[in-house]
Design a protein around this ligand. Structure first.
Ligand code: CU
Length: 69
């Protein structure tokens, strides 16, 4: 729903990429509300974190974007 922030919780006990599907019938566009959670090894996560911080520092507004995997 516009203006409402929702949260998902993931338990990262296995490496991989897992789909996230909106679980609230929230209105127009609900069927398109898809995302993913990526569970990475610690070194790979640190690499992603460093590159995200670099990208955020070089873009107006500081957006870090997605996981970029
Ligand atoms: Cu939805």
């Amino acid at each position: 729903m516009p203006g409402i922030t929702t949260h998902y919780r993931a338990t990262p006990d296995r490496l991989g990429t897992y789909p996230i599907v909106c679980n609230l019938l929230c209105g127009l566009g609900h069927s398109l509300m898809r995302s993913a959670v990526h569970v990475l090894p610690p070194a790979r996560f640190q690499q992603w974190l460093s590159s995200s911080r670099s990208a955020a520092g070089s873009q107006p507004g500081g957006g870090g974007g997605g996981a970029g995997l």
